[in-house]
Design a binder for this molecule. Sequence first.
Ligand code: ZN
Length: 502
Amino acid sequence: MQGMPTTFSSLRTSLHTIALLSSAAAVLGWDEQTYLPSKAAPIRGEMSAALAEHVHSLLTDPELHRLVQDLADQADTMSEQEQAAVRETLRDVERACKLPSDFVRLLSETASEGYAAWLQATQRSDYSIFLPVLTRLVDLKRQEAELYGYENHPYDALLEDYEPGLWTAAVREMFSALKDPLVILLRKIQASPVMAEPTVVQGTFPEARQREFLLMIAQTLGFDLEAGRLDSTQHPFATGFHPTDVRITTHFDERDLTKALLSTIHELGHGMYEQGLPADWYGTPLGEAVSFGVHESQSRLWENQVGRSKAFWQYAYPLLQSRFPSPFATLPFDDFYRAINHVAPGLIRVDADEVTYNLHIILRFELETALLEGTLKTEELPGAWNEKMKQYFGLEVPDDAHGVLQDVHWSSGSFGYFPSYTLGNLYAAQLFAAAENGIPELSTGIARGEFRPLLSWLRENVHRYGRFYKPAELIRHATGSDPDPSFYLAYLQEKYGNLYGF
Ligand code: ZN
């Protein structure tokens, strides 16, 4: 008994060092996407690679492996939290050790090559430029799946990086429960006589004034600006180095302020999750976000269940009208609300609305699992893509830039990432429904600008756990049921039924 706390604390010391280096690497990454002078790109690449290699060597150090294994063997002498921290560390270390360092380097080099080829292919809308390196990447990802090992499907091994414990079969089941109802809902909306005019929100919105408004919203929602910053970038993201240092970014469009606004609320959701992770456990898995899907649930919940809701705008629209009288002073509330919830099938995932978004993801999931299985060849990918776009959206794809080349993920080898987006939507609806049950008058409060009860509920039921639970367990613990697409479908049916009158 006496020796145990010391042993766990020696593990913590090692993990703390690894976390400090990883956080430093993340600062470099944030800087790269916000302020880095263009000439500095090559040396920054070297800095990041050196840190990443050092972190990998520390994580695969046999001494660390032995220490974690020892602790795991004596789990019953530790607190529940310590046991979970050891369980998750052992999982990370064993996983890291399964990939030989030569393989890791080859994968990372091929991913850089893939990104460069993808950029060029996208600019020229020419898939053939991307095809050779994509073929090698798919091949490497299949090898990676073999190295990790899996029971049922090679994609299981890759999903583990994004949604630990979730299997391909479970994703397939959830997505197939979603697909037909979404297509039916979309057809109903398209057949509805109710028309939304999305352009009514356009005007002239100087960046500095948008920024001021966003900072006010950030503070009101509960993002701690003394433990975070808001900066500009081309492709918005959020990143956390520690609960006391969380960076969110946004991209301003001076003609349409709702774009930066809703995208910032999304990133704030990610940011508030990072600020809510337990600082006491920094460095251990209990101080880390549990999965990409749960991370995305936090951003989607604030962006959609809150930021696109009637209640939120009952609070925020008068503020918007007083700060930006043109065009909002004379724009009726209902027109504004309809504009920000306009549904229309489109070719591009990142521009998609709440109803069609998941169809974009289902399409990608079906294609990437087929690539991994080998039932779809990379040469056949654009054709398969275009066929599904026709089938799910009724759209013809004019060129590959608006089709198969639109997303960066595959170019850097991120197979298994896409389901996180839809899982995020599903978890968001399920968590929000549970929060509504747990917080009396949640919507009434939101309409008055009271967001603390919701944030506290998320802190209490999601954020504070870090990786204590596996993602699906966390959802079950927070909501009382397993991850279940019916909450999301019910949310969409009700919201869009009201909006489009059916
Ligand atoms: Zn996100």
